[in-house]
Design a protein around this ligand. Sequence first.
Ligand code: 5GP
Length: 208
Amino acid sequence: MDKGLLVIVSGFSGAGKGTLVKGLIDRYDNYCLSISATTRDPRPGEENGRHYFFVTVEEFERMIAEDRLIEYARYVGNYYGTPRDYVQKKLEEGKDVILEIEMQGAMKVKAKFPNVVTIFVSTEDAATLKSRLMGRATETVEQIENRLIRAIDEAELMNGYDYLLINDDRDASIEQLNSIIMNEHRKMTYNTEFIGEIEKGLKTLFGR
Ligand code: 5GP
C-alpha cells in the first residue's frame, strides 16, 4: 500500500481554504488534518486541540527547541507551527495528511519532503478577497489590513506552488481538491515501491 501523501493547502487569508479543507475531510475518510500550534488568541468558537493548540510564546519556543515541529513561521505577529508526531504517524498509516499552512512554512516542508503536493487557494479577484475578509468580522481593521498587505507578498510567490485552486464555488472546489490529490497518487514518482514489486514479480514468474 502507498504511504500517505503530504498535502499543503495555502491561500490568501479570506480565500476560504479552511472551509474547503473541512469539506474535504467531512466528505472523504482517507484524509487527516494536521492541527497546528499557534500563539495567536482563539477566535470566538475556536477550541483548543480542535482548531489549533493555543500555546504561549514560551511553550512554542520550547517546541522549537525540542524539534517537535516539522516547520514553523511567523504570520502577522504570531507563531504558527506543525507538530511532527501526528503527521508522521498518520502518513505511516497511509492517510493523506493536509497541512493548512502559510507560504514560508510551505516552502520549508517542500524542501524536506520531495513528494509533497502544494495547492494555493485564491478568490476569483482581489475585490472579492477584501470583501470576504471584511465580512468575516473576526479581526480588527488593522489586522485585516495587515493580512491584505501580506497577501500582496504572497501573490508574488504563489507561482512556486504546484496547483492553483480558484474558490468560486465551494462544492466544486472541494471536488477539485480531491481530484488533484487523487491524481497525485498516480504519479510514477510516487509509485516507486509498486514499480519495484511488479518488476521483481515478473522476473520471478518468468525465471529471469
Ligand atoms: P489564521 O490566524 O487565519 O488561523 O491563520 C493565519 C495563517 O497561518 C493562515 O495562512 C494559515 O494557513 C497559517 N497557518 C496555520 N497553521 C500553520 C502552521 O502550522 N504553520 C504555518 N507555517 N502556517 C500556519
